[in-house]
Design a protein around this ligand. Structure first.
Ligand SMILES: Nc1ncnc2c1ncn2[C@@H]1O[C@H](COP(=O)(O)OP(=O)(O)OP(=O)(O)O)[C@@H](O)[C@H]1O
Length: 331
């Protein structure tokens, strides 16, 4: 679980606004005022965001390779992976933003930047409000502590009072509802949990942190159908209270059902953003076309291979005939 210092980002925006007000104190053009009002309603503002990872080119260096490199005084080349390339978008408070895209499109990386885990390589990320992050693996839990102990730890990290912790602890445990899966599990070390049990506790903690902005990365994928339904209801309830949710998922129907805005990432680029039905339909159509293209390429390659086989067989036949002629007997 990670939280971002909301006050810091808000302060940046207000400081900029104050400076502008000093420069032009009196009448401001109506368009400017409207823009400012809109600006205030924003929960997230992402401007020309680039996120790169630097990795060593050699994934599994061998001792021999390392020794040769050392002898030649060569350095291991750093490889830059451009996970997100100049993405810009805005999210008003009360939005459920679905983020879709192929494997490796940059969705989780974007979410890491929104949660503050990953600083931008270039560009700006402004997140205004208390953030709660639900990552697929429930990052932040101590595996050796029990579910209950992790809940208390999460509360302490949020600065809750003893009474608040006691009150929320029960609500979280009720919501996670682990007893129906395995009695007494909440008092066992989390390393003994199944991925579904883990997801339940992570989700229950995340939504009870009373976040303004909830970032969800496939955290529901491990939950069973009943839990997913309850989690969806809870997220919609949060949203009715003008909370903002960013939902990264391959579950296109979940995104269609839950979100009221959607962005589609492809190789780190923002392909389309807007109405979820339109964006999801366009994405499905692109996937269909890609599959068709791949099938066509495969069929063409197979046809070419068959042709080459035929040509080779014909050539072999001719060679055999020529040999027969030359020596006048069967070979
Ligand atoms: N820690 C990392 N170090 C190096 N490269 C990374 C790291 N994490 C992700 N990447 C790379 O960044 C790109 C985007 O990955 P990311 O996990 O953000 O994609 P994704 O859309 O969330 O994919 P998926 O749907 O498979 O979870 C990929 O090329 C991935 O290999």
């Amino acid at each position: 679980m990670s939280s971002l210092s909301a006050s810091e980002t808000v302060e940046t925006v207000e400081t900029a606004a104050a400076a502008e007000a000093t420069a032009a104190p009196a009448a401001q053009p109506a368009a400017k005022l409207v823009e400012k009002q809109m600006e205030k309603r924003l929960a997230i503002k992402v401007e020309d965001l680039h996120l790169y990872y630097r990795t060593k080119a050699e994934a599994n260096p061998t001792l021999k390779a390392a020794l040769i490199r050392k002898a030649k005084r060569q350095k291991v080349e750093a490889k830059v992976i451009k996970a997100v390339n100049g993405v810009s978008f805005e999210v008003p408070h009360g939005t459920v933003l679905g983020v879709i895209g192929h494997n490796g499109a940059g969705k989780s990386t974007l979410l890491r930047a929104l949660s503050g885990i990953l600083p931008p390589t270039q560009g700006r990320v402004e997140v205004r409000g208390r953030v709660s992050t639900l990552l697929a693996l429930g990052v932040g839990f101590n595996q050796n502590l029990t579910g209950r102990e992790n809940i208390v730890l999460g509360g302490l990290a949020q600065g809750w009072s003893k009474d608040q912790i006691r009150e929320k602890e029960n609500a979280i445990i009720d919501f996670a509802d682990l007893d129906t899966l395995s009695e007494g599990a909440i008092d066992r070390a989390m390393k003994t949990y199944s991925s579904g049990m883990y997801a339940r506790v992570a989700f229950a903690v995340g939504v009870h942190m009373d976040p303004d902005i909830l970032l969800v990365d496939e955290a529901l994928s491990a939950g069973d159908a009943r839990f997913k339904e309850r989690a969806t209801e809870k997220m919609l309830e949060l949203c009715e209270n003008a909370r903002t949710i960013v939902l990264v998922s391959h579950g296109l129907e979940t995104v269609r059902h839950m979100s009221n805005r959607c962005i589609w990432l492809d190789h780190g680029n923002l392909v389309q953003s807007g109405d979820p039905d339109e964006v999801i339909d366009a994405y499905i159509e692109k996937q269909r076309k890609d599959r068709e293209d791949a099938d066509r390429k495969k069929a063409a390659a197979e046809a070419k291979e068959a042709q080459e086989d035929q040509a080779l067989a014909a050539k072999a036949e001719k060679t055999k005939e020529a040999l027969q002629k030359a020596i006048g007997e069967d070979v």
